[in-house]
Design a protein around this ligand. Structure first.
Ligand code: ADP
Ligand code: MG
Length: 292
């Protein structure tokens, strides 16, 4: 039978927007000694907005957005939504591409208007296009401002950059401080660029960053921590995070995230309130004390 203290603890959690999926979940949370946080949608709001466009050749910003937006048609990635929102804001028309190929954690390519277009990170576009050093410096400058940079290539030539920014949740730094206060190590795990990840990490007080991790490798990073004997929690919101949430000793989903993440997790934070992680640890400790 479930001890009364556990039932009470789970009820207290629910009142605070922390849903433990099982009585086992609340008992495990108190043992966490390493919390791994996804970046986009977990530490940040996940509402990306285009901040900069850089165009090469004789293309203007609207043409760049039309091309990138069209190729992102049908893409589920939040970056696709950001580019298509920008197209709408500018009153730029986009249209359906052909032969769409999306590479998770890297980008998307398609034929559009008789051209072969690639939109994605550096690793993705440099497989097909020559990348010059000056443009890489400009990309790095944007990334150090915590922006995510997408490269756009057309028929094998880089034609521009699109940068998006996201807002850090107001409670993220406090949430991380509270975990540190409990002696818990806090890391970030993201598919985004190293500079961008470090810029966000610095703003919220995270010292350990695992960046440029492909979606399929996120689980492996969690397993690595576990094999060092660390009782590891993963906190995330995306479809990409689901396998890592399932692998972690405790998977914690952001309630405003995807259903897939919520299903894979042991705990859900309603409203995406990140301070809920430390509160859950506290609740678990109180609960276990009342059992003994
Ligand atoms: P995260 O860990 O932040 O969820 P992802 O693994 O989904 O990141 O993606 C990693 C990077 O790959 C993104 O920061 C972006 O540069 C690039 N990328 C992924 N999908 C797309 C897309 N549909 N369009 C453009 N770029 C993309
Ligand atoms: Mg995310």
């Amino acid at each position: 039978a479930t001890p009364l203290a556990v039932t009470v603890g789970m009820g207290r959690g629910a009142e605070n927007g922390i849903l433990f999926k099982s009585s086992e979940a609340i008992q495990r949370v108190g043992r966490i000694d390493h919390v791994v946080l996804d970046k986009t949608g977990t530490i940040t709001r996940g509402e990306q907005v285009i901040t900069d466009t850089i165009t090469l050749s004789d293309l203007d910003a609207e043409q760049l957005i039309a091309m990138a937006g069209s190729v992102e048609w049908g893409s589920q990635h939040p970056i696709a939504a950001a580019i298509l929102n920008e197209a709408q804001r500018l009153g730029v028309e986009t249209s359906m591409p052909d032969d769409v190929q999306s590479t998770p954690g890297q980008g998307v390519s398609a034929r559009w208007d008789g051209k072969q277009v690639h939109v994605g990170n550096l690793r993705f576009v440099e497989q097909h296009s020559q990348v010059d050093a000056e443009l890489q410096d400009r990309a790095a400058g944007l990334q150090r401002q915590a922006k995510t940079v997408m490269w756009v290539a057309c028929d094998g030539a880089i034609i521009g950059l699109i940068a998006v920014a996201d807002t850090i949740k107001p409670e993220s730094a406090e949430a991380i401080r509270r975990l540190h206060g409990k002696g818990i190590v806090v890391s970030m795990l993201t598919g985004d660029n190293q500079h961008t990840a470090e810029a966000v990490a610095e703003q919220v007080g995270i010292d350990d960053v695992m960046a440029e991790v492909l979606p399929g490798d996120k689980t492996k990073r969690i397993r690595d921590l576990q094999s060092r004997g660390e009782f590891t929690a993963m906190v995330g919101d995306g479809i990409n995070d689901a396998p890592a949430l399932a692998q972690a000793d405790v998977g914690i989903a952001i309630g405003t995230g995807t259903d897939v993440a919520i299903e894979a997790a042991d705990v859900t934070l309603l409203g995406g309130e990140l301070r809920g992680v430390a509160r859950a640890v506290h609740l678990s400790a109180m609960t276990m004390r009342n059992i003994k």
